[in-house]
Design a protein around this ligand. Structure first.
Ligand code: CDM
Ligand code: ATP
Length: 288
């Protein structure tokens, strides 16, 4: 039996540099793992079947699940015909902009590489990860990284102190594809100062990191769901150093000095609809 944690991510900054011929967008985004995670347990199957059980009704349990797709992709690309039973405990809110499915897919690739003794090197796992989704290559390694291209061109960055994070997930999800499509319909606004964010990370300066937060998708998702602006303001009033929507949303995160302070900020968010979670920034995933 093998058990792995699959960590959620937030985007500390997200800028779009252009539209690609394949319909995807050219990104410049600083991605950051957080301690909040799903859990995957791999155990032997009697036959060559792949099976998945999941404790959440919010995600598909069959072949559309990214965990299942990761297992099939590994078998298609190797001589392995072994089966596996995978059990998935979902804790990362779904369709939130927190990369939950991507984290699970990365954990499935890394876990099965070990469980099936495939011996695939990190570069091969990374190219398979990119087939499953733009966020999956980052999730394989985690930590703090600058992502370019579709999200798969990664430059690792120095680890940040374990700042506290308050996550506010409104009671609805959004489709990432729909948010990018809505972005294309709007006049381009100013992007975040990625260079300033990179300098703040190099200096491991939490206050400067908080000051440099920015996401060009935030006004897009907020125009579809204005409550996102209310949540961001509520996080600031409650004492977060700064707050921002993650990825394509709708989850909004507030950064705090540490996890205890994040707990105090969360306790003041009495009027915010949806789910409130307290966590912290996390380093990279040695298990992967
Ligand atoms: C918003 C982010 O989470 C920021 O990290 C990612 O860009 C999205 O990552 P993801 O959900 O893993 O993305 P995918 O599953 O590969 O793509 C979902 C949809 O998002 C859009 N998409 C995604 C990534 C990208 N660089 N450009 C895009 O336009 C495409 O319409 C695609 O059909
Ligand atoms: N293991 C999984 N966990 C969550 N969602 C999954 C999984 N497998 C497939 N999905 C599907 O993927 C969709 C997006 O879910 P996910 O939680 O990954 O969104 P997200 O956090 O917005 O992703 P991202 O930030 O990478 O854009 C869901 O609608 C869900 O049906």
């Amino acid at each position: 039996m093998l058990e792995l944690a699959a960590h959620a991510k937030i985007n500390l900054s997200l800028d779009i540099k252009g539209r690609r011929a394949d319909g995807y967008h050219e990104l410049e985004t600083v991605m950051q793992s957080i301690a909040l995670h799903d859990r995957l347990v791999f155990s032997a199957a009697a036959d060559g079947a792949i099976s998945l059980e999941c404790d959440s009704g919010e995600v598909p349990a069959g072949p559309e699940n990214l965990v299942y797709r990761a297992a099939l992709l590994l078998r298609e690309n190797t001589r392995c015909r072994r089966g596996v039973r995978i059990s998935l405990a979902k804790r990362i809110p779904v369709a939130a902009g927190l990369g939950g499915g991507s984290a699970d897919a990365a954990a499935a690739l890394a876990g099965l590489n070990r469980f099936w003794n495939l011996g695939l090197p990190p570069a091969v796992l990374c190219s398979l990860a990119a087939v499953l989704g733009a966020d999956v290559p980052f999730c394989l390694r985690g930590g703090t990284a600058l992502a370019r291209g579709k999200g798969e061109l990664l430059t690792p960055l120095p680890a940040l102190p374990a700042m506290g994070v308050v996550l506010a997930k409104p009671p609805f999800g959004v489709s990432t594809a729909r948010v990018y499509a809505a972005y294309d319909q709007r006049p381009a606004g100013p992007g975040p100062d990625t260079a300033a964010m990179l300098a703040a990370i190099e200096q491991r300066d939490p206050a400067a990191v908080a000051r440099c937060l920015g996401n060009v998708l935030e006004p897009v998702t907020a125009s579809l769901h204005p409550v996102i602006n209310d949540i961001r303001r509520a996080l600031l009033r409650a004492g977060a150093m700064n707050a921002l929507m993650s990825g394509s949303g709708p989850a909004v995160f507030g950064l705090c000095r540490d996890e205890r302070e994040a707990g105090r900020v969360a306790a003041r968010l009495t009027d915010v609809p949806g789910k409130i979670l307290v966590t912290r920034l996390a380093g990279n995933c040695p298990a992967m």
